[in-house]
Design a protein around this ligand. Sequence first.
Ligand code: AMP
Length: 507
Amino acid sequence: MAFATMWELLQSGRDADLAIGAPEEKALTHAGLRALAARTVADLNAMGIGRNDRVAIVLPNGPEMAAAFLCVAAGATTAPLNPAYRAEEFEFYLTDLKAKALVVQEGDATPARAVAEKLGVPVVELVPTRAAGAGSFALKKGALSGKPAQGGYAAADDVALVLHTSGTTSRPKIVPLAQSNVCASARHIGATLELKPGDRCLNIMPLFHIHGLIAAVLSSIGAGGSTVCTPGFNALKFFAWLDEAKPSWYTAVPTMHQAILSRAERNKESIAKAKLRFIRSSSASLPPQVMQELEAVFGAPVIESYGMTEAAHQMASNPLPPRARKPGSVGIAAGPEVRIMDEEGNLLPNGALGEVVIRGPNVTKGYEANPDANLKGFANGWFRTGDQGTLDEEGYLRITGRLKELINRGGEKVSPLEVDEIIMDHPAVAQIVTFAMPHDKLGEEVAAAVVLREGQTATERELRDFAAKRLADFKVPRKIVFLPEIPKGATGKLQRIGLADKLGLGK
Ligand code: AMP
């Protein structure tokens, strides 16, 4: 179906077919989900919240988060935030987003509440009503009332989702994704994976990140299929969920696949019963050995895809059999056009190495209120991904490196500058450079080199504890080395890329 808005996308499934499930819960049907979306949009409108108004959402991972995303986005702009953020992080995001309301679960003691109250952002409580089906909820209006500037269902050009990307700058950039962007991405993923109404995805991905929101939830619902939403990845529970949910596929980051493989031996029975049509991997590079082992263990093809927030997720993907999937490659263009560009903005022929650039209906129009980032991020109508790669003769893309300074910690992205800024506040620190250190399982881990002020002392532990007060755990450097000075590159410039090697922390 050629849906271009969330409301149109929600019409895809047959009334009685399952849409959202959860372990040990009754599932919500597509008809139930549509009714929930209609009610949610009416409730939001009655609170004075309408199209393009931003609703920040901080919910535990699970069916309500999936449903809240789908239903709120049908009539407003959703801004899901990582529940693991510290108060300071929430304050930055809620302010930067200009959130009109914050949705939290009734009884949830998230620090986001106090921050919202301090900032004067109204808090809307979500009350799960699971007896009506997994993901069902009611919104408590509180004191909110009013008339939105534009009520009703959102149109194709309205913004459905805003996410921040950790950029090369310390200040994360706002990525607005139009209804048409996220819908295009859901259609592309559905087409790549040949998703049908009978398909069921087991969601183990966080639902504040583009991968889970679009690949696991939106593409399934848009194909008339279903998603069974777990509370988030847990290697000890994965096989029980597989037994119960009987999914036809799941999507994950490589570290999760590795954790699943490490428990495969003791869960042979579940694996034998599982009827996975395929397994999908994205958000970080999948080592070919892991791909081969997964295929051997599950007897299902492993489809590696290449995604990015600015592209509403999918850009390239390996195809399903009988077409070839190439280990070590992220596949062929799967929605947008994918090309390689040189620094001057010239498109290069297949075989050449350069920056991966994309263009298509799933790609954001541009960062919000950030002309500098837009100038750097777009060239001749192409979006620059900041990834370096090459296309082979058959159009398969290989990612060979990164031009941006992001740290990819097993799919979780960390901006080194954000970490620098926090640790610089420690009185003993004169200089700090945060960088990516190779890691067996995660691919990359956060590390930092620190120069202390003369006569001052600080231990690694002390600095880590200091950082952890203001940064979510995944951003806190796992290793901090103390140096008399930070090594510079050949040009005398400070270089994060390659620093691990220089410091003997490489592989
Ligand atoms: P995010 O916006 O969090 O989805 O991160 C996007 C970035 O993740 C991309 O620009 C790549 O650097 C990286 N990435 C995503 N998928 C892959 C993949 N299959 N292989 C290697 N890197 C990937």
